[in-house]
Design a protein around this ligand. Sequence first.
Ligand code: GLC
Length: 744
Amino acid sequence: MSLLRTLLLTTALVAAPFAVQADDRPWLDPKLDPAARADLVVKAMTQDEKMQMVRGYFGTKASWMGFDLPKGALPDSAGFIPGIDRLGIPPQWQTDAGVGVATQRSPTPRERTALPSGLATAATWNRDVAFAGGAMIGHEARYSGFNVMLAGGVNLLRDPRNGRNFEYGGEDPLLAGVIVGEQIRGIQSNHIVSTLKHYAFNDQSTSQSELDSHIEDAAARTSDLLAFQFANETGKPASVMCSYNIIHGDYGCENPWLLNEVLKQDWGYPGYVMTDWGATHSTVKAANSGLDQQSGFPFGKTDWFGQPLRDAIVKGEVPQSRLDDMVRRVMWGLFATGAVDDPVKGDQASSLDYAADGRASQTDAEEAIVLLKNDGGLLPLAKTAKTIAIIGGHADVGVLSGGGSSQVYPRGGMAVPNEGPDNFPGPMVYYPSSPMKGIQARSSATVTYADGKNVKAAAALAAKSDVVIVFATQWAAEGMDQDGLTLPHDQDKLIAAVAAANPKTVVVLETGGAVTMPWLNDVGAVVEAWFPGTSGGEAIARVLTGEVNPSGHLPTTFPASLDQLPRPVLDGNVGNKSSDRNRIYTVNYDIEGAAVGYKWFDKKGLKPLFPFGYGLSYTTFEMTEIHPVDIKRDGLIVGFTVKNTGTVAGKDVAQVYVAGTAWEAPKRLGGFAKLDLAPGESQSAEVTIDPRLLATYDSGSKTWTVAAGTYTVMLGADSDDIRQKVEVTLEKMTFDVRGKWTGR
Ligand code: GLC
């Protein structure tokens, strides 16, 4: 053996002990690519360790569980997957959801900060606000000991009655996708995992687990799936949660089209698919269709990804390579978000800055409030008002929130105890942020409250007051759809009686979504405050008194009636008449296809109560100079100018719509920008219209084609109020399924 070789060998041997001791777990090197790290750690795992990674437990001790929570699980939480110390893999502590750290049915819930509802955040049309809100709730999740946040609800608002619309981003794929994607990005900026959910077409609650959604491929890809695609590209969620419902005959969590084809193959998704809680329906079919992790056992009753999966692998029904891929994807998510390199450190909630977090929530709520009507400048409240009547909605003590697994419990306890159902999805939670107290702190008027239960007394109070503010509430919650669009508990009668007694009536809506307003012509002003979160009372007070100029715009159409909808009668076992849980219902989304919301109204020539994108201000804006700037591979760049022509500062949402030929509807939202303008100030802005919003999708070739021809680009204050138009001629361009130019 040559001297040189001997020397080299000796050196290697001498070095080896240090190389091994340095760390024989190379996957823990943060300099390596997450995919490479995932490959390395999977290779180091035993079969038992791999099996451990693909099956999660419910995180709340329930009588029906039949076993104690696994060691290390955080009590009263959504879920838990044990870690693997030997390999440096932390447990996965899972919490709900999209507005903050939720608690599952506990006498001692975690009390944390709640953002306004997801629909409210979409109403801000403000990417930065969405990111900041996600960053805040992700921070509270991390400091509560959680490293997985089950957020990112982006199901398209196809039906205004869906009880979970408040958790999502509205009816348009671009707005919903971008806003929810920014929130996901904010959550994951805390080095924890966020989900994107509920994938897909889980667009109503009624009979959701027996409801088979039908929609043809191209319509699917240009509507619900486009919202998921935009959110995935914007937020890069480490996990996707598949949904309860059936799509084209296969449950969401064993659906090869959605999981293997669209998500993983077409979109190249590198993360992992977890089920919704109890949404697993098989072992072999689910595993081979692209499911990576069963969530929430013993939800779903069967340990599908426990021994049955182990057996299926032994029998060769599920390839070992599939199990390895499942684990690799989970580990990619944990590495890519920093959840391994910067592990959560248990419960540090005592160091949370709730005042700062409350302010982040308030900023969101203030920008979410939509001014729907303001006759005669009734708002902001006149400083000369000597007497103000405040009626209903528990406005003396708090603001309403949505219910279900996303329920965040307020610090300081519930403002209104014992409201709503005792069991899930109750209780009905009001956050102790009183609009009345907020107004009193900003007005010298005498403010008197009436709860509104006695309509005559409320009308009498209204009659002797300078101005009246009626708060109307509509609770929404997981697992239940709205019967219709009418405000519950005869609130329409209350509002009508109060308005008849005093036309200077302001209506404040705290709702889960669109409602009808038979009293609209009789009141002076209306604001939609949604479920405004932890500081919602302050936000409402600041807007009503003019400290904040409202700048929210509707993320969903407010229909004039159910008759205007593609499905006036909801599909499924409405009202739970039959106990036949085995019956499968179908919902035909091909009626409207991709023409969801305003697109349907445009296509059918229907006039809504309030259109998508609508929102007034205490000032006025002028939109001018729309013009094409450039066409690039990532889209059509359009420029325009907005001027504040009023006397107070305000924020405006410039909406850019596009019209092409042979599309699902006359126009699509192509881009938007929120501009903050001082009185008299002009700002020019540009938006880039993604090629997919100018294209038609071809299922055969899986390509998006922008046809050669002339397109109309519009600048609007809402989808029905187009201020400027320009024609743009485009050459034919083709883009792949991910929206990347193919060179042709
Ligand atoms: C619920 C919801 C889902 C939630 C999960 C865990 O049923 O559908 O949004 O994240 O279960 O609570």
